[in-house]
Design a protein around this ligand. Structure first.
Ligand SMILES: *Cc1c(COP(=O)(O)O)cnc(C)c1O
Length: 444
């Protein structure tokens, strides 16, 4: 058992991590970002242990993956058992129960009480690509609507759907056609103020969709119910509902990309439930596999069954090990009420971050839901100019003290918090004390 406590035994990075960082330079592509250069040897719950024995509080969860905690006992047992039984047969060649059981769970957990079908894949990007393929096959249309600040992945199609050029798209074109970007209802930065944001953003969306694309050409609207990489932007209340109604009116498939926000992270199984909106398709990945790679598209049976027979699949999609891990992770989420835990974590984070914002006016906004919270750093002159330098300094300060924080946002000025949902409140408090120290140090 790894004690759930932050412990620093060496300066960071320690000698073993530093040696690995050096070897890495000679062998790993320089285009893969380096993270914090702390090489992990073990992890449990909310604690990462690096090669030098330092214990870090993980506020990143490997980008929202380790929601059930690192090395969740149920996941470890299920994967071990599965590996000893069989590792791969390919579901399209020799099927097995785990795939079917996971699709049953997905049907049960995702929003909507209609008949559903799922298909399993390996990564979030692959799930999003397949949701687009399904929507195109179903509607016989080609255009796809995405939003400012969106992140949907790094493959050719999803790169086109992702908003930010640096670093995701720079030099990687040409991009897939028929992708149209619309304004996101980003209340904090909406020009006429947050009260008008949802209605005005929707009006702009509807106008652009009509004038520039044509409703009868649009296969899908793909939206993150809380934007992840783009800055943990929570669409202004009502915006998602307006999109839902518009999609229904025009026969457009509404895809909720819940790759980051799904599976209890926000205090509900899916973030879109906070807005009482039922999408036609949901894409999931990250937390679904409890640490193993797996992704899914789940949604209305008639839509999911519309592509040609054999049109969906892939060698590794729904690999037996990943299915076993996902079933175990879902059981942990259910049995340990991780949605409830996410809500509690969110309450404590909100309380602590509110106190910090009173102390540091550079914190322009606190936002998010449950254990998907963020702070946006801005200039203190009232301009809301993004402060990416301060963000970087605070994240680095946390890192030096043994708290792994991640930044995000189109302007690189958001610190996001994605602790495992099993994180003890004492660790949340410790991390918030460290964040305070890092702010004090960075501001000087
Ligand atoms: C991470 C992410 C993706 C891409 O998932 P990968 O597994 O990295 O391909 C897609 N959509 C959202 C919302 C994400 O956060």
């Amino acid at each position: 058992m790894i004690e759930q406590r932050r412990i620093l035994r060496t300066a960071l990075p320690g000698p073993k991590s530093a040696a690995l960082a050096q070897r890495r330079v000679a062998t790993v592509s320089g285009a893969v970002s380096g993270g914090n250069d702390l090489y992990i040897e073990a992890a449990q719950g909310a604690i990462l242990v690096d090669a030098d024995g330092n214990q870090h509080i993980d506020f990143g969860s490997g980008i929202g993956v380790a929601s059930v905690g690192h090395s969740d006992p149920r996941v470890v047992e299920a994967v071990t058992k599965q590996a000893a039984s069989y590792g791969h047969t390919c579901f399209m060649v020799s099927p097995y129960a785990g795939y079917v059981e996971l699709c049953e769970e997905l049907a049960k957990r995702t929003p909507g009480d209609f008949e559903k079908r799922s298909a399993l894949f390996n990564t979030g990007a692959e799930a999003v690509e397949n949701a687009v393929k399904v929507a195109r096959a179903y509607t016989g249309r080609q255009a796809v609507i995405v939003f400012d600040h969106a992140y949907h992945g790094r493959t050719n199609l999803t790169m086109a759907m992702t908003a930010k050029v640096q670093p995701y798209k720079d030099g990687f074109g040409p991009f897939a056609p028929e992708i149209y970007r619309m304004p996101m209802a980003y209340a904090y930065r909406w020009p006429t103020g947050p009260e008008n944001c949802a209605a005005e953003a929707f009006a702009e969306f509807a106008s652009l969709a009509h004038l520039q694309v044509g409703e009868n050409h649009i296969a899908a609207v793909v939206v993150e119910p809380i934007q992840g990489e783009g800055g943990f932007i929570v669409p202004a209340p009502g915006f998602l509902k307006m999109l839902r109604e518009w999609c229904t009116e025009h026969g457009v498939v509404l895809v909720a990309d819940e790759v980051q926000s799904g599976f209890c992270r926000t205090g509900k199984w899916f973030a879109i439930e906070h807005e009482n909106v039922v999408p036609d398709l949901v894409t999931t990945a990250k937390a679904l596999g409890g640490g193993l790679p797996i992704a899914a598209v789940t949604g209305r049976a008639d839509i999911m069954d519309s592509p040609v027979f054999g049109g969906l699949g892939g060698t590794f999609g729904g690999n037996p090990l990943s299915c076993a891990a996902a079933l175990a992770a879902i059981e942990t989420m259910e049995v340990e009420d991780l949605a409830g835990r996410a809500t509690q974590i969110g309450e404590l984070l909100t309380e602590r971050l509110t106190a910090l914002a009173a102390k540091y006016p550079q914190i322009g906004e606190i936002r998010g839901r449950g254990a998907m919270m963020a702070i946006e750093m801005v200039a203190t002159d009232g301009s809301k100019a993004p402060d990416a330098a301060l963000t970087k300094a605070v994240v680095a300060g946390c890192g030096r003290r043994g708290v792994l924080m991640l930044s995000c946002g189109s302007y690189g000025n958001v610190i996001r918090m994605l602790p495992p949902l099993v994180t003890e409140m004492a660790l949340i408090n410790d991390a918030m004390d460290v964040l305070d120290e890092a702010f004090a140090e960075a501001i000087g």
